[in-house]
Structures are given as structure tokens and as C-alpha cells.
Design a protein around this ligand. Structure first.
Ligand SMILES: [Zn+2]
Length: 333
């Protein structure tokens, strides 16, 4: 009797290691309030995030890892063969598709504005987390910023405007790449949007319509021009920020301010932009204000150094989602 020897061949298994380097780190709670765009330069006082201990933020990690839904990231993950396990430093020349595989794309199925969903997270996270946020785009600078984010496998948040219609389709590109799209403003004209609460919501409806046309729904995340702490609005309507802060939440939105700014509203050089963005890294949870407006070339140029700095410091980069710690300034009007 012949013995038939079956040879089992083991096909190659691809092991993808997802291990964002995280360390427990104390929070100083210190706030920064550099002005944003030129029209946002009148900011003064702003408190930082509520500095409370946050066991609840543990939920964010599991939620973020549950779903991808973005085909580009998924295919890149399959192709990755050299995912670094050595730590959180990714050399620019070594990161292309492999770093995309490390991206954490949140489950975005519940991102649409919904007045029934009011369970926002006000606790500080226990792991070092940074949210890169870009206001005032999309513009001709946006592609460069997206390329850098891709290169490092980092997801960010874009609070968009409709100021450059020729770049409007970039909103869909941002979303399709796994970034979070939020609403900033349609016109960015303070005299219009802060004339009354009705005027603000009329502007919000306009940008919401633009965004829905690009990504299919109206996102719940918003950022007020100038931040909720802006005092410029008082010139047009006393008390409007106090009213709007409540009104937007009553209809299901949540607004995010920032606790660190790269200062690109007034800073001209790449070096200063990096210095501002990295000046206050004692915070556990950082919401970093940047701009991808057309004249912000220095911000795009500074982005690699900013990302490398925070990767070296052990921060996890995330795009905003419903589990992100809410960051509110102290309202001044
Ligand atoms: Zn703005």
C-alpha cells in the first residue's frame, strides 16, 4: 500500500501590528489661545479643557478600533509589510503605505447631527492624545496637508468653509481618507454670522448643505469662527456666544475649541509655527488649532515636524469622534 504523503503548505500570513505607543501622563490643564485666522485675531481669554480625571475615555479606544469603512486604508493595510514596531518614531522617508496601515479610523456611522444624542465626553483621557484640527479650508493648501497626513498615517479633523468653491470637492477627499469633517462657517464674515442667532444658524445651514452634498450627511462637529471665546462677536451682538454655545447643542451639534494653537493666524514662518504648536505638550489631551487656508503655506510646511514631535512624545493621533473629550473655551461674550 502506498502511503500518500500530503504536504501541507502554509500560505503566508500577514500580521499587522497596531500598537500606538501610549503612556500615562499627567495633565497640566494649561490653555493656550493664540488667534486663528486674521479675522480671528481678537481672541483674548480662554480657559483650557476641563481638567478632570477621565476613566470614561477608555471607551474611545475600543470605539475607534471597531470599524474602518474606508477602502483606501484597508487595502493599504493588506499591502503593509514593514510596519514598525520599534516605537512611535516614523522617519519621513520610511512611511508611505505602511504607515497608512497604522491609522485608526473611527466608526463614523453616528457622526450625523442628531438632537437625541447628547452623551458627550467631558473627561480627560488617560492616554496622550492629539487631535490635529484644520480650519478655513479646503483651499489650494489642503492637498499638501492631506499628503503629509497620509505619509505619516495620521488622521485629523477639518472644520470647513465654502470660501473657495473650486476646492469644494476636497471635503469628500478628506472624508474618504478617514479624516473627520466638521462645520466651521459658510462665509466667515463675523458681521454676518454673529449679527444674531438666526443669522448664525442661516450660515450654518449653508455650510451644512455644502458638506452634505459632498459626504452625504451633516456632521455633528462644529467650530465657531474665532472660537467660543471670541470677543469680536460682541461688536455685532452682545451675548451671542453664550446663546449659541447652548443653542447648537440643543439641536444636536457639539462645538470644539482648542487648547494649543500653532499660531498660524499671525505667524509667518515655518519655524515659529512649529515652535508654537509644540510649546505646551504637558497636556494629556491636545486639540491643536491650525489652518489650511490658501495663505497658510507655512502651516503645511510645518506639519511634518509637528507630527514627528508628538509621535516622539508618545501621543496617539486621532480624528474627532463622538467619544472625543470636548474642549471648550471660557465664553467671553
Ligand atoms: Zn476660521
Amino acid at each position: 500500500m502506498l502511503l500518500v504523503i500530503a504536504v501541507l503548505s502554509i500560505s503566508a500570513a500577514v500580521l499587522m501590528l497596531l500598537h500606538p505607543e501610549v503612556r500615562i501622563f499627567g495633565s497640566s490643564g494649561k490653555a493656550s489661545e493664540n488667534a486663528g485666522a486674521a479675522s480671528e485675531s481678537a481672541l483674548t481669554a480662554a480657559s483650557g479643557m476641563q481638567d478632570v480625571s477621565g476613566a470614561d475615555f477608555a471607551a474611545a479606544g475600543s470605539a475607534a478600533g471597531t470599524s474602518s469603512g474606508v477602502s483606501a486604508a484597508g487595502s493599504a493595510a493588506g499591502a503593509a509589510s514593514s510596519v514598525s514596531t520599534a516605537g512611535n518614531v516614523i522617519a519621513p522617508q520610511a512611511v508611505t503605505e505602511s504607515s497608512l496601515a497604522q491609522s485608526v479610523i473611527p466608526d463614523r456611522s453616528d457622526f450625523a447631527v442628531d438632537s437625541e444624542k447628547t452623551g458627550w465626553n467631558y473627561d480627560n483621557p488617560s492616554v496622550k492624545t492629539i487631535y490635529l484640527t484644520f480650519d478655513d479650508g479646503p483651499s489650494k493648501e489642503t492637498q499638501s496637508i492631506l499628503d503629509t497626513l497620509d505619509k505619516y498615517g495620521v488622521k485629523a479633523t477639518f472644520f470647513v468653509t465654502a470660501e473657495d468653491p473650486s476646492c469644494q470637492d476636497m471635503i469628500k477627499t478628506e472624508f474618504d481618507k478617514g479624516h473627520t469633517v466638521g462645520l466651521h462657517t459658510y462665509s466667515h464674515e463675523y458681521s454676518q454670522i454673529y449679527a444674531s442667532t438666526d443669522a448664525y444658524f442661516e450660515d450654518l445651514r449653508k455650510i451644512a448643505s455644502v458638506v452634505k452634498g459632498e459626504i452625504g450627511f451633516v456632521p455633528c462637529f462644529i467650530r465657531f469662527p474665532g472660537g467660543s471665546s471670541n470677543e469680536s462677536s460682541e461688536e455685532y451682538c452682545t451675548g451671542i456666544m453664550t446663546a449659541l454655545a447652548q443653542d447648537v447643542q440643543d439641536v444636536g451639534y457639539q462645538y470644539w475649541d482648542w487648547n494649543v494653537s500653532c499660531g498660524d493666524g499671525t505667524t509667518e514662518t515655518t519655524e515659529d509655527t512649529v515652535a508654537n504648536a509644540t510649546a505646551d505638550s504637558g497636556l494629556t489631551n491636545i486639540v491643536l488649532l491650525m489652518h489650511d487656508a490658501e495663505d497658510k503655506e507655512s502651516t503645511a510646511d510645518a506639519l511634518p515636524a509637528i507630527i514627528e514631535y508628538y509621535k516622539n512624545k508618545g501621543y496617539t493621533f486621532r480624528a474627532l469622534d463622538r467619544t472625543s473629550t470636548v474642549c471648550h473655551h471660557k465664553i467671553a461674550n
